[in-house]
Design a protein around this ligand. Sequence first.
Ligand SMILES: Nc1nc2c(ncn2[C@@H]2O[C@H](COP(=O)(O)OP(=O)(O)O)[C@@H](O)[C@H]2O)c(=O)[nH]1
Ligand SMILES: [Mg+2]
Length: 372
Amino acid sequence: MNTDHKPEWSDPNNPGSCSSSVRKGKELEGQAAAIQKNIRFQKRRSVEPTVEELYAGVIKGDRGILARAITLVESNAEQHFQKAQQLLQKLLHNSGNSIRIGITGVPGAGKSTFIEEFGTYLCSLGHQVAVLAIDPSSSISGGSILGDKTRMEHLSRNPRAFIRPSPTAGKLGGVHRKTKEAMLLCEAAGFDVILIETVGVGQSEVIIRDMVDFFMLLVLTGAGDELQGMKKGIMELADAILVHKADGENKPKAEQTRKEYNRILHFLLPATKGWATKAYTCSSMTHEGISEIWDVIQSFEQTGKRSGVFENRRKAQSREWLYSMITDQLQFYFYHHKGVKHELPKLENEVIAGNTTVATAVETLFQTFLNE
Ligand SMILES: Nc1nc2c(ncn2[C@@H]2O[C@H](COP(=O)(O)OP(=O)(O)O)[C@@H](O)[C@H]2O)c(=O)[nH]1
Ligand SMILES: [Mg+2]
């Protein structure tokens, strides 16, 4: 069947110049084919900024450069690790001038919404606010339970704010190191309030407590029995407990819950020496209680700076940091050691089969590691 109908305006003297059906393309010959061969999609090589360029940009508070510097510290490539460390070394004296605030709570407690409102409020006071996230799920399942950066739409458009979603784990230390280093970069770029969001599951709140000055727990009303048991561990890490969503019909209940928390807090060890952790109510919807939280944090900072507790905690955190980095590095070098990589699967099988004791296997591996 001939379906090759030509439109009226086609050139009758050159019928091959127009087609209304799919035809085999003309072969290119000689030079034309050679040119075609050379026109491949060339990957544009983006020029990586030097350490000096990154340094200058971060110090100036250039958002684009700051984002690239954070990408560098988050990279899992070894050459990036070296470069990132050179940058951090240069910036070390420019960091530290901020109040570091950790915010935790179960999914749905309203952490992101709170950060959006609280951050916007702080920007209106003239502060520069950086928001970072630690998402424990990203290192465990590869998924994300924070995943709602979009909720901070308002804050992310604020020229005084900088929002960075969660890094993913990898070698050379995981999410912990990356978040801490991102924090230092933000400080060097002039951000004086750092807000770190994490979901209150498992280890993440302990990790966050180790890198912030002030740690707060967002809770909801109607805690009842569960309030007694499950949160005690986390409650002992907190410098403030916020009964969130205290608005509408929920308001009287929130007030009741606040009192209950205060009763329990009374029997717990304080998270920070010389500071009595208390419960407060607040709503990100009506903004009630938001400015009061900032007053509490400022009072915490002043009290701690006067007594030296603030400085001492930061020093202790640096010390902790050193040892956790050593542990990370040791692990990295051990598991990437050629001999260990070779021996380990064999020994693992022997241990599982019950032919070698764990202690003997470890001893053998360490001998391999230390002798090469
Ligand atoms: N009534 C009320 N709802 C809120 C408040 N803050 C957050 N929410 C709602 O709670 C839900 C969870 O909020 P989100 O910030 O994503 O919680 P996250 O998982 O802790 O980060 C959302 O549907 C919010 O709209 C508040 O102050 N009052
Ligand atoms: Mg969230």
